[in-house]
Write a protein that binds this ligand. Structure first.
Ligand SMILES: [Zn+2]
Length: 84
């Protein structure tokens, strides 16, 4: 990843790997604090995190979780392939 950089003791790719756990509140406090620190200093991860967070809320708010709408699938695919 071209924008990979180390901030707050974590690399961007580590942020992206742990982002779903972070948003779900599954990370230990020390790790979550490191992610917070990185996100406050890294524009790239802040933007990605905001998009990912928005999408996650959309997915979670769907009334029928087993079948994603075509729009939802397209949005998910876009996030999964973002920055590749
Ligand atoms: Zn970053």
């Amino acid at each position: 990843m071209a924008n990979d950089q180390e901030l707050g003791g974590l690399w961007c790719h580590e942020i992206l790997q742990g982002l779903s756990d972070y948003l779900a509140g599954d990370l230990p406090k020390t790790q979550a604090a490191q992610v917070d620190l990185h996100l406050t200093q890294c524009p790239h991860c802040t933007q990605f995190g905001a998009d990912f967070s928005k999408l996650l809320k959309q997915v979670q708010s769907l009334s029928k979780p087993p079948s994603l709408s075509p729009e939802g699938q397209a949005a998910l695919w876009q996030v999964l392939t973002h920055g590749d």
